[in-house]
Design a protein. Sequence first.
Length: 204
Amino acid sequence: MSYSRSQIEAATTPAELQAILLAAESQPRWAVATLTEVATFFKVATSTVKGWRAESPPMPGNDGAWPLDAIAGWRHQKNIGSDLATSQKQATLEATQLTNDSRRLDLDKQRGEVLDKAAVELWAATALIEARCMIMSLPERLSTSAPPEMRSFIREETDRHCRDVLTSLRRRLEMDEIDENERQPRVTSSPTRDPLDVRGMNAD
């Protein structure tokens, strides 16, 4: 409180005592007289409390009467404002980063350093189809260079091995596609023929 026991005991007349008690009642219930007491209550250094007085808005209270409840409310509002400012700053930084990343990606595309995914997939599918056709033409090519009595055997064995190679490659690509789909949202698309599908394909 702002008035100590010694002040009350120093009163010489009932009127002085009444004046002291009335003044004490008019002060905030949870108030201290010094900045050191404020610092002790909030467990900070006295220099920190002095700095609070210089902030805008300043810490509530006056010399000799520092209301702890009002100071606690003031600090709470300051912390809310600080957290909001920090969140807004972080959001601004993230938005700026996304904008910069998007611009850099567009620039890389213009330079040809980044290729469109659909274009790459089309190129890969075309290349695989051409590779499949060339591989499946091997049995006939090899059989024609073999002795007549070995041609049928060479054709069948080469065809079997070629189909095994294409089937193994197809399964490997399917495994990679499953892993990719598990990492990305599912998108429904129209079915397309597997470029490595050798079913129904003859080696002639």
